[in-house]
Design a protein around this ligand. Structure first.
Ligand SMILES: *Cc1c(COP(=O)(O)O)cnc(C)c1O
Length: 442
């Protein structure tokens, strides 16, 4: 039988029961057989559980992928959530200027904080980074050409491809260089009277190794300046500051560096390395941002007040200088020793509770990754619980975890189910223990 989520609404359960009864009735009518009362109940429960899984609900991320796009990317912490609740449970000054007592702008809110943190002249927050890129290109390059390296014509994921975004924005793509090598001269030779901008895209989710050359933002900015063209740099992840500056963040260009290197505009996500809510930031020259703000697409991409509230709270955490207070960085910086300790405790407790000698649970070394188009190739040393059960296949264990309550999303490696503890919040250990005990009970 399926674990039935207590949070499935009564109406959904009733709907599931009616479906089960109707299935049973059709079976009788078509002569396919009779269902016992218990069979109808089981069917109804399985319908209800399936319906419950389509509702948005929390899951335990035991994949070890920190910024897991399918699981909602960066989790938010208390300060961020408090801000959402405070702003959203009543009215707010979202588009109202309290100083002047007149209509204000929702785009004024996170701006000052962003300017302080990045050194940008101006900033604009929209719904997400894909929207930010689209808006910038549409507003500044529509009907004209943008020059970009062939090594940066990337697919970010979810079929979001830079060449498609450029063409959808109304700009014309001019590719320069090759997949592995692009030089400053390639950009220079591609410039015509139709050129609107140089675009640089951080290869956020892959690495090219070997015989490679790409043009640094600094050098491309110098060329752009000499030709009076803007340099637009899509950073992807939006690294503001790495708490403790671990050396694995070195491959990621920080927002502030991209701007001091001379990018006229940068775009980045707020729910990747920034560790905030879904949103996208455009930061840089204010004359360009004024122009972008007048584009009609801005209305379609506008950021909502819940995200703005969480973003402001996130930025305040950075201003206070302790980004490790954000759940994402907290999880990223947890030591493998602490993770191992937690793994051992969970194993001991589940084993004791179940008293099954045939159950094989071990604390094993694991590798966590950032995911979500951040820090490709970076692996963090982690610890996982591996589960082997003589009576069940790996796929069966993985499925029961996913169907459990709470749902646990695991990873399968070398035909073993692995629960990487780096992405499981400490506060979720008890829930994970309970879910494991229920599933492995026999
Ligand atoms: C992730 C990413 C995007 C898209 O950002 P969203 O916030 O997911 O819309 C765009 N460009 C780059 C380089 C990225 O890594």
């Amino acid at each position: 039988m399926e674990a039935l989520d207590d949070h499935i609404p009564a109406s959904t359960r009733a709907h599931a029961a009616r479906e089960a009864i109707s299935t049973a009735r059709s079976a009788v009518q078509s002569g396919a057989g009779r269902y016992s009362f218990e069979e109808i109940v089981t069917l109804a429960e399985s319908h209800a559980a399936a319906l419950g899984r389509t509702l948005l609900k929390p899951v335990i991320n035991a994949t070890g992928v920190l910024i897991h796009t399918n699981l909602g990317r960066a989790p938010l912490g208390k300060a961020q959530l408090d801000a959402v609740v405070t702003v959203a449970s009543g009215y707010s000054n979202l588009e109202y200027d309290l100083t002047e007592g007149q209509r204000g702008s929702r785009y004024s809110h996170a701006t000052t904080l962003l300017k302080t943190l990045t050194g940008a002249e101006s900033a604009l927050v929209v719904n997400n980074n894909a929207g930010a890129v689209m808006l910038v290109l549409g507003a500044l390059c529509g009907g004209r050409e943008v020059v970009i390296s062939r090594g940066e014509l990337v697919e970010i994921g979810g079929e979001f491809r830079i060449p498609d975004v450029i063409s959808a924005s109304g700009a014309r793509l001019v590719e320069v260089g090759t997949t592995n090598r692009t030089r400053v001269a390639d950009y220079r030779n591609a410039v015509s009277d139709q050129t609107a901008a140089f675009v640089k895209v951080h290869p956020a989710n892959f690495r090219i190794q070997g015989f490679t050359a790409s043009v640094e933002a600094k050098d491309l900015a110098r060329l752009a300046r000499s030709l009076d063209l803007p340099l637009i740099y899509d950073l992807g992840s939006g690294l503001l500051a790495a708490p403790g500056a671990p050396d694995w963040v070195r491959g990621e260009p920080p927002v502030i560096t991209a701007l001091t290197d001379g990018a006229d505009l940068v775009t980045f996500s707020c729910d990747k390395l920034l560790g905030g809510p879904q949103a996208g930031v455009i930061a840089g020259r204010s004359d360009l941002i004024v122009k972008i703000s007048r584009h009609p697409l801005l209305r379609a991409l506008r950021v909502d007040k819940l995200a703005l509230a969480a973003l402001e709270a996130t930025l305040i955490v950075y201003l206070e200088g302790d980004a490790s207070a954000l759940p994402l960085w907290n999880m990223a910086l947890t030591s493998p020793i602490e993770l191992e300790d937690r793994a051992r405790r969970i194993i001991a407790s589940v084993t004791k509770r179940l008293g099954r000698v045939d159950l094989k649970m071990e604390s094993v070394a694991s590798k966590s990754v950032f995911g979500g188009g951040s820090l490709p190739g970076t692996e963090l040393s982690s610890r996982a619980i591996s589960i082997g059960d003589a009576g069940r296949s790996t796929a069966e264990i993985e499925r029961s975890l996913r169907h459990g309550e709470p749902a646990v999303v695991a990873r399968i490696e070398n035909d073993m189910v692995l629960l990487d503890l780096r992405t499981v919040a400490r506060e979720q250990d008890a829930a994970l223990e309970a879910a494991l005990s229920a599933i492995l009970a026999g």
